[in-house]
Every structure is written in structure tokens, then in C-alpha cells.
Design a protein around this ligand. Structure first.
Ligand code: UDP
Length: 258
């Protein structure tokens, strides 16, 4: 099929190939990750990626209701992606949209290969993802946060899943599009992977790219995933270092008769 000639209404790149938020083409948005942010969940994580802000909460493995959904040989992983009514510019209806149902499925399928589901037959592992503020790329940020929340819950994983999109803006391949770039750009290619295993768990595409552009965008997205993976690992390592420090402080106090 002939590629339609789409000219974006807004200029997304300046003459130095810098983007509207001053990023280079191969730069991801600033990312902040936290784990263990919710005390009632078995595991939780928070991500800020640029202006997107997302919470993920994991409950389980736990008894599954309704029971007829139970699978005799493995756990059922259920991710539910929801956007707050105030998370987008134009108020979103609180009723689950078709898009939210689709993203819930896509996110579940991106994470399932990483979880040792066979360890928990008949059980349910529930992951609730709440988008508090959306600025593009929320499916990828949700996968990144949900995977961290699963690890925070102590659920055995083959690897963390890291996700990042690449796309095409003003005819150039760019990493981690924000909302404006997504809407005014020509293509978006979200990818999720298990970096240690080098396995892709999600690849979707929206828009138009030729084969060469696709390969370039795909490789750039993988680079983004690997960077995000390092950040995920770091936040988990920091969590266990602080637990270790707390324990040794307690032990010291006990040794000193405190
Ligand atoms: N969006 C919006 N209203 C909606 C749904 C989405 O303004 O009801 C925005 C939001 O910023 C989102 C972006 O559109 O991040 C891109 O949505 P898409 O469906 O491409 O998914 P995403 O890129 O977030 O994974």
C-alpha cells in the first residue's frame, strides 16, 4: 500500500533535530520509579515518565472469584488498566472504555510470559493500573510499573518486563513519544521485552513506516527498553539495600540493649 503523505500540522523538530521538550531523537523522557508505595497492596510501584504518572498495585496470588475462571494448572493473571477522569485534557468518562479493555488485555499478555504462573494453580494474580496523568506512552509505562509491582509483591519472575515505544515524527525516528508527538507524528511502535532473556512480549504499531524506518524504530525501542530495565533493577536493588540497612540497625540496637 502506498504510504499516505501526512504532514504534521505542528513542527515537532527544530533545525537541530531537537524536540519540543528539548529532547534529542534518541532520548527517553525523564523517569522516576518507586516501589512499595501502597501499604495495602501485596506489591506496588509508581512511575513518572515525562508528564505521565501511573500507579500499579498487585494483589495475590489469591483465591480467584468467580471460581469457574480458575485454571487447573496455573494462575490467572489479570491486569486492569484504567485512566482517571482527570488524567487527560478532555475529561474521560469513568465508565471503562473499549481502549481501556484493550490495553488491559495487551498489558496482561505482555507480562504473562514473565510470571511463573504454573507455581500457583487455580489462583489469581490481580494487577490494577491507574493512570493519574496521561501524556502519551501510557501502555509502556504501565507495563514497566506493573512488572516492578509484581517483583515488589515477591512473585517469582523469569525477568522484569521493560517497555518503551519509538515512533516517527516529522519524518524522523524518535524514542518515547509524548502525547503531542504521538498525535501529530506519523507512527508509534510500542515494544515490551524481557531484556535478560532477549524476548519480546509486546510489539504493536500505529501509523506508517517503511521497512527501513521500522527496523530503525524497533532497534531504538529496544535500546529504550534496556535503559528502563537498568532503572527498574536499580530501584529494586535500592529497596533491598534499605531493608537490609533497617535490619542491621535493629540488630545493632538489640545488641546495645536498646
Ligand atoms: N488520551 C487522551 N484521552 C483518552 C485516551 C488517551 O487524551 O481518552 C491520550 C493520552 O495522553 C494517551 C495518549 O492519548 O497517553 C495516547 O494514547 P494511546 O491510545 O496511543 O495509548 P498510549 O500511547 O498511552 O499507550
Amino acid at each position: 500500500m502506498e504510504e499516505p503523505h501526512i504532514i504534521s500540522p505542528i513542527k515537532l523538530l527544530n533545525e537541530d533535530n531537537l524536540r519540543l521538550d528539548k529532547r534529542r531523537l534518541d532520548e527517553i523522557r525523564p523517569i522516576k520509579l518507586e516501589v512499595g508505595v501502597l501499604s495495602r497492596a501485596d506489591g506496588s510501584a509508581y512511575i513518572e515518565q515525562g508528564k505521565s504518572k501511573i500507579l500499579a498495585a498487585v494483589y495475590g496470588p489469591r483465591e480467584l472469584h468467580p471460581r469457574h475462571l480458575a485454571q487447573p494448572d496455573e494462575a490467572l493473571l489479570q491486569c486492569i488498566y484504567r485512566m482517571a477522569t482527570f488524567s487527560v485534557e478532555e475529561r474521560k468518562s469513568p465508565a471503562p472504555s473499549r481502549r481501556e479493555t484493550e490495553l488491559s488485555k495487551v498489558i496482561t499478555e505482555s507480562l504473562a510470559p514473565a510470571v511463573f504462573l504454573k507455581y500457583y494453580p487455580r489462583a489469581s494474580i490481580d494487577v490494577y493500573i491507574q493512570v493519574i496523568q496521561a501524556d502519551g506512552g501510557t501502555r509502556c509505562s504501565s507495563i514497566t510499573a506493573a512488572s516492578l509491582a509484581l517483583a515488589d509483591a515477591g512473585i517469582p519472575l523469569r525477568d522484569l518486563v521493560a517497555a518503551c515505544a519509538a515512533g516517527k515524527i516529522d519524518g524522523k525516528i524518535a524514542l518515547d513519544l509524548n502525547d503531542m508527538e504521538d498525535k501529530s507524528g506519523q507512527a508509534d511502535l510500542p515494544v515490551a521485552m524481557m531484556p535478560r532473556k532477549n524476548l519480546i512480549t509486546l510489539i504493536q504499531m500505529d501509523g506508517f513506516m517503511n521497512k527501513q524506518e521500522f527496523v530503525e524504530a524497533y532497534e531504538l525501542a529496544l535500546k529504550g527498553c534496556r535503559k528502563i530495565y537498568e532503572m527498574q533493577r536499580e530501584v529494586l536493588i535500592q529497596k533491598y539495600i534499605s531493608i537490609q540497612e533497617e535490619f542491621s540497625e535493629e540488630e545493632n540496637e538489640q545488641d546495645n540493649g536498646g
